[in-house]
Write a protein that binds this ligand. Structure first.
Ligand SMILES: Cc1ncc(COP(=O)(O)O)c(C=O)c1O
Length: 375
């Protein structure tokens, strides 16, 4: 019997394939199409001829662990113990999957806030857990009354994602305060915080769970160098978690992955000395403005994009087709690929919304916008 009977090809593969078939501009999948930093390539070229090709220690290359600890101290003023609170993973996806499978037992409930990133639910199902999917508010802020109503004695974990894919919503200080108040009441509930877009926050500086002392002893935090360094194909990320939780996570990691790609770890460790993460938000803020400005005259309604490299638009003025159909039509008839938002909901709730990824060259964005304003 299938463990994931309802899982089919992801919408990202479907839309990208369709985009290729129709030679459409691909603003669907979340990855940059501009070149990576030359300095990163120079480091790669030099290091690839050195002795960096064998297994690293299971939890990560020691120099990379040290650099991540320094980064966490610098950005969030949190001191982490590299021996027992940190794990390098094959991207955030593997980190999230591993954490869930280490901590969720058969029948445990996991609260997921919809619209939600597509890897959460299957990871819970493989663990034998029960995903409890509840909707965010209409403006995509968290609704803590709904979260509280969903908590039972079986709730093991709440998964949050900030800045948020697909909507670009960013949590505010009061959201974190409400979460703290809630979790203070429900001491058996753990928190998994997906912060892969931590460096792309336009509304205000990113508020990381790393900066919330009340939550640290029960929080697993997932980060992604793929997103932060524009190298999504390298699949390197990391988890931070308190020792008792990390101990269990490592048990699964050592048999699922053992050591993450050594070359990528060595290169990233060196690159972390020179990269300036502050530049990332500024760069993407410019792309967001360029894209928003360029589609302003279109019939798409532009929703706020407070973080991430995603722009959600409402197309109800253009069509009353459902969003999956409309996204396909957009590729076939107009040459632009986007992701329909309904796929991020349990019941495929269709609000006539599409997600565009603006991690693209200015030319790509302008060409896409040129097509979109004509619709
Ligand atoms: C919210 C969210 N979490 C996790 C990931 C996966 O990150 P990685 O490529 O490091 O596995 C993504 C990638 O799109 C994402 O959008």
């Amino acid at each position: 019997m299938s463990k994931l009977p309802n899982t089919t090809a992801s919408i990202f593969s479907v839309m990208s394939q369709l985009a290729n078939e129709h030679n459409a501009i691909n603003l669907s999948q979340g990855f940059p199409n501009f070149p990576v930093d030359k300095r990163l390539l120079e480091i790669s070229e030099r290091l690839l001829t050195e002795n960096i090709h064998q297994y690293t220690p299971m939890t990560g290359l020691p120099s990379l662990l040290e650099k991540i600890a320094l980064l966490t101290k610098k950005n969030y003023d949190r001191i982490i113990n590299t021996n027992n609170e940190l794990l390098v993973t094959s991207g955030a996806t593997q980190g999230i999957y591993t954490a869930i499978n280490a901590l969720v037992n058969m029948g445990d409930e996991v609260i997921i806030l919809d619209p939600s990133y597509d890897s959460y639910e299957p990871s819970v199902l493989v663990a034998g857990g029960k995903p409890i999917r509840i909707s965010l508010n209409d403006d995509y802020s968290p609704n803590f009354n709904r979260v509280e109503d969903a908590i039972t004695a079986k709730t093991k974990l709440i998964i949050i994602n900030n800045p948020h894919n697909p909507t670009g919503k960013v949590w505010d200080e009061q959201d974190f305060e409400a979460l703290e108040t809630l979790l203070e009441k429900h001491t058996h509930v753990l928190l998994l915080s997906d912060e892969v877009y931590e460096y792309i926050s336009f509304k205000h500086a990113h508020i990381s769970i790393n900066t919330r002392p009340k939550l640290l002893n029960r929080a697993i935090i997932a980060s992604s160098f793929g997103k932060s360094l524009h190298v999504t194909g390298w699949k390197v990320g990391y988890l931070i978690a308190p020792e008792p939780l990390m101990k269990e996570i490592k048990k699964i990691h050592q048999f699922l992955v053992f050591s993450v790609n050594s070359t990528a770890q060595h290169i990233i460790a060196e690159y972390l000395d020179i990269v300036d993460f502050n530049e990332i938000s500024t760069m993407y803020a410019k792309k967001r403005s360029l894209f928003q400005e360029a589609i302003k005259k279109s019939r798409f309604e532009i929703l706020p994009s407070e973080g991430t490299y995603f722009q959600v638009v409402n197309y109800s003025e253009i069509s009353d087709k459902n969003d999956v159909e409309f996204a396909k039509e957009l590729i076939k008839n107009h040459g632009v690929a986007a992701i329909p938002i309904s796929v991020f909901y349990k019941d495929a709730i269709d609000k006539k919304m599409l997600r565009f990824c603006f991690a693209k060259t200015d030319d790509t964005l302008l060409n896409a916008a040129h097509k979109l304003v004509k619709i």
